[in-house]
Design a protein. Structure first.
Length: 309
């Protein structure tokens, strides 16, 4: 099956009260682990590539690896640019075969964000590519940009209709208290479901996206700490909150940090337990299995998108 856009996925997810997992990919083992899980669970899938991933692994390598996954699994997969920060980057991904792009103008003024997003939408839609925009700012670290809690701001529901109408975006990422990375909350985790409800009321049927949605699974944080790492105080979004968001207007949930933790914890453990090993396959194979297991868990228990092909 060729790459698909997110149109049908989101329509079905909205109607069915579940969300599609959007997992960040950086190399072959990550792509294999995620797609194996989605194939086992019969789940539609979004594989997303950040600017950093593209710089690390090279556009062509990533596209070819995803094409290999399509051939091996026959899954409906959308290939998405995560946090595109310029028209040029979005254009390059659209021209290079992606079926979905995010233009993240959330750091700009409202009008500048609309102008940039509209430009990307015009270019993308002419080529049957879908676009995700963002309103509101998440805290946390993306690439080298560190947004402090003070600079973060919730999405304003009174702005969403105008933003969606004037830009023509296909989905909208919002800020309701999640944040990027493994240190999301200092105290008790809270998400602003009241904001999500108000946005859902103003944009009935419109797909909403949640970034920064890793739960920072304690098992892997403990594994990292046990084998020489230092991640004390790491804390993510409780899974029951994500499940609730997925049952509402949230149709795409972005997960990267949980995969990083699973991979790194497993590699640390493997190397510690076999200090004489210097064959990368012997620590990358269990890391790939850990990614498969965590993605299966997310699909079944958080996203609810199993058996939805
Ligand atoms: O939100 C950002 C994703 O976790 C990607 O991170 O920019 O370090 O690849 P990255
Ligand atoms: P996490 O850091 O919570 O995994 O968020 C990932 C993300 O939002 C990618 O865009
Ligand atoms: Zn993000």
């Amino acid at each position: 099956m060729p790459l698909v856009t997110t149109k049908k996925m989101f329509k079905d997810a909205y109607a069915g009260g579940y969300a599609i997992g959007a997992f960040n990919v950086n190399n072959m083992e990550i792509i294999q682990g995620i797609t194996e899980a989605a194939a086992e669970e019969k789940a539609p899938l979004i594989l997303q590539v950040s600017a950093g991933a593209r710089k690390y692994a090279n556009h062509t390598y990533l596209v070819k690896l995803v094409e290999a996954a399509l051939e091996e699994t026959d899954l409906p997969i959308a290939l998405h640019l995560d946090h595109g920060d310029s028209f040029e980057l979005c254009k390059s991904c659209i021209d290079g075969g992606f079926t979905s792009v995010m233009i993240d103008g959330s750091h700009l003024s409202f009008d500048e964000n609309i102008e940039l997003t509209r430009r990307v939408v015009d270019y993308a839609h002419e080529r049957d590519v879908v676009v995700e925009g963002e309103l509101g700012r998440l805290a946390g670290v993306e690439d080298d940009v560190n947004v402090t809690a003070e600079d973060a701001s919730y999405t304003r529901p009174d702005e969403v209709e105008e933003f969606v109408t004037r830009t023509g975006v296909d989905s909208l990422a919002i800020a309701i208290g999640t944040s990027h990375g493994a240190f999301k909350f200092k105290g008790e985790p809270t998400l602003r479901f009241d904001i999500l409800e108000e946005i859902e009321r103003r944009l009935p049927g419109f797909p909403i996206v949640l970034h920064g949605a890793s739960s920072v699974i304690p098992e892997y944080v403990e594994m990292i700490n046990q084998y020489g790492g230092r991640m004390a105080g790491a804390q993510g979004v409780p899974e029951d909150m994500l499940r609730r968001a997925a049952s509402m207007a949230v149709c795409k949930i972005n997960i990267d940090s949980d995969l990083r933790l699973a991979m790194t914890g497993t590699i640390r453990k493997s190397l510690a337990e076999d200090p004489e090993n210097f064959d990368p396959r012997k620590y990358l194979a269990p890391a790939r299995d850990a990614i498969r297991d965590i993605v299966r868990h997310k699909i079944i228990n958080v996203l609810g998108c199993d058996n939805k092909l």
